[in-house]
Ligand binder design. Sequence first.
Ligand SMILES: [Zn+2]
Length: 194
Amino acid sequence: MAEYIRCPICEAVNIDTKKEIYCRRCKQKIYHDKGYSYQLTLAYLITGMILFVPANLYPMLTTNTLGEETTSTIIGGILLLWEHGSYPIALIILFASVFVPILKFIMISYLLISSRYGRLTQKVNKQKLFYITEIIGPWSMIDVFVVAILAALVQLSIVKIEPGPATTAFALMVFFTLLSALSFDTRLIWEKNR
Ligand SMILES: [Zn+2]
């Protein structure tokens, strides 16, 4: 009986010839071993988590109220905006620069832990895990969009993004978290029961 292997890029099922395989749909090379997927995902995740600290500790936002400029951290800026009644902007910044990164950290950690230590005997668990990998993809981009929105807010001169350590750390954090999510090979989920 022929064995099958799933393309990690486009999910197409291919016949496993045990030799070099190129996906019949997207022509990508399919590797048999999962390589360093787990280690890479973990390394990028830790890097992202570490960068989350300076991104929040250093000043990033300059709020301008009645000609008075105040420099503050992300959280400080959010609180200032809230006090001044800019609720939607405060909520968007809170959601994208605090909640989304933390949510991604939790989801990727959960994936890593489950793929290695979890008892994936139940079909439901596997499906749930796979679903997480499916939603991490699009969600990875949310904070990128918000950085773009923040940059647009500069024009409104309510909030200014201050170029500095926090901005660099934030951008790198988004980048490494994205790399982490992309490095996770979903085959790690199924592998355990083989
Ligand atoms: Zn493919």
